[in-house]
Design a protein around this ligand. Structure first.
Ligand code: FAD
Length: 404
């Protein structure tokens, strides 16, 4: 008896999770067509909408290993040994994640990681269709997908037996699925937002603004203005800043503030108010962010929310994964890591059970939902703990590593 031939797969979204899934499926011999809203990053550069860098942990690395990408990713990543906590009085302390450098997490550029994943998927045989924004999906016997090219306005169609959706928190596939059958969607906003700012690499600092300690480092040929191998936190009770290193020496700083109250993005509503907040609460950061006012005026306030769904799939015709199924707040640095675990699980299940998609999708949801729900709850708790930094540090750090 012959095994059933592997079906062709239509995948919407070529972001982090979509591109990893495409690689894993193509390596298993599936014909994979990926439809991605953005233009080809090889030509257009990476047009990212969200966080510039991400914390990659062991859970996520596992998927990258299976895709044969660890060497490439390790070349792009900066090791973070622990949390560097910056107190109000200016002193700082490193709380290590583990006893030695075998227990660390990694900071990686979203854009570079996404491009590495797209390259891996294409080498494995997946076909990418860029500038294809899903507008609608019509579910009959199969699925008819309609796309728009935002560059030239043209419309495109693709018909598939079934479709996988890795098109992120605002998933258009999820919207289309819900027109067919409600998925029990609930979106709970956190009531806090975020804004990104930059500590430049030392060679890029305007010379006149370089603090003495940083000038000494530059003279020694160093590129990082603060400790390179750490995830930096400035906890301030109801709010905080964090900073993650980038490979070329800069740091991406993220300010998390409530949406209402004082201070909040309602009161800290412009460059002058931002400077006043930083001079009062993050004084040691002020000389490190020479473009504070410009960064604040230019970069948008990001919204933070948790997405809950009662169902992730539409029988055997459509399945959601990654942020499209379970977007979470970023305080555990685990959204992408969790999405990579989804990709690994779904690729394995499809490989073994593509002859019964309805069962496969239900089984995928059964296996992954408890994990997604657990990390969603832990990410919400961790925000309070990071802002306060009062709880038992060792416990929190082991949790950040995914060990408890
Ligand atoms: P996305 O990365 O959103 O990718 C979706 C893709 O689908 C994109 O390429 C998009 O262009 C495409 N798309 C969207 N709509 C359409 C459409 N209609 N048609 C076709 N294509 C479409 N996670 C971590 O693990 N570690 C961290 O440190 C971390 N930090 C974070 C910091 C912040 C501020 C935020 C907001 C999130 C953070 N996350 C982190 C979470 C992480 O960003 C997400 O979990 C991850 O990006 C999810 O990947 P995804 O591929 O499911 O979705």
């Amino acid at each position: 008896m012959h095994a059933m031939p592997k079906p062709a797969i239509a995948l919407v979204g070529g972001g982090l999770v979509g591109a990893l899934l495409a690689t894993l499926l193509a390596r298993r011999g599936f014909a994979v067509e990926v439809f991605e809203r953005r233009p080809d990053p090889h030509q257009a550069g990476y047009l990212g909408g969200r966080s510039i860098n991400l914390a990659l942990a062991e859970r996520g690395l596992h998927g990258l290993r299976l895709a044969g990408l660890t060497d490439e990713v390790m070349r792009l990543a900066v090791m973070m040994r622990g949390r560097m906590v910056h107190h109000r009085d200016g002193h700082s302390e490193l709380l290590r994640y583990g006893r030695d450098d075998s227990e660390v997490i990694w900071s990686i550029s979203r854009g570079r990681l996404n491009i590495a994943l797209i390259d891996a998927a294409e080498s494995a045989g997946a076909r990418f269709h860029f500038s294809r924004r899903l507008e609608t999906a019509l579910f009959g016997q199969g699925v008819k997908l309609r796309f728009r090219d935002d560059l030239d306005g043209s419309a495109h169609e693709h018909t598939a037996a079934f479709v996988l959706g890795a098109d992120g928190a605002g998933s258009a596939l999820r919207t289309a699925m819900q027109l067919e059958r409600p998925l029990g969607e609930r979106i709970e906003e956190l009531g806090h937002g975020y804004k990104e700012l930059e500590i430049p690499a030392l060679p890029d600092f305007p010379a006149a603004t370089l603090p003495t300690a940083a000038a000494e480092k530059l003279a020694r040929g160093e590129a990082f203005a603060i400790e390179r191998n750490a995830l930096h936190i400035w906890p301030r009770g109801a709010y905080m800043c964090i900073a993650l290193p980038n490979a070329e020496g800069s740091f991406t700083v993220t300010l998390f503030l409530p949406s209402q109250g004082d201070p909040s993005f309602a009161t800290v509503d412009g460059p002058a108010a931002a400077r006043a907040l930083f001079e009062r609460d993050f004084a040691d950061l002020v000389p490190l962010i020479p473009e504070l006012e410009t960064d604040f005026a230019t970069n948008p306030v990001g919204v933070l929310a948790t997405l809950y769904l009662d169902r992730w799939h539409l029988d055997g015709r459509a399945m959601l994964l990654g942020d499209a199924a379970h977007a979470i707040v970023p305080f555990h640095g685990q959204g992408m890591n969790c999405g990579f675990e989804d990709a690994v699980e779904l690729a394995e299940l499809l490989d073994e059970h593509h002859d019964d998609l309805e069962w496969t999708f239900a089984e995928f949801e059964r296996r992954r939902r408890p994990n997604a729900e657990a990390i969603a709850a832990m990410a919400l708790e961790n925000y309070v703990e990071m802002r306060d930094s009062v709880a038992d540090a060792g416990f929190l750090l082991r949790r950040e590593l995914g060990r408890v």
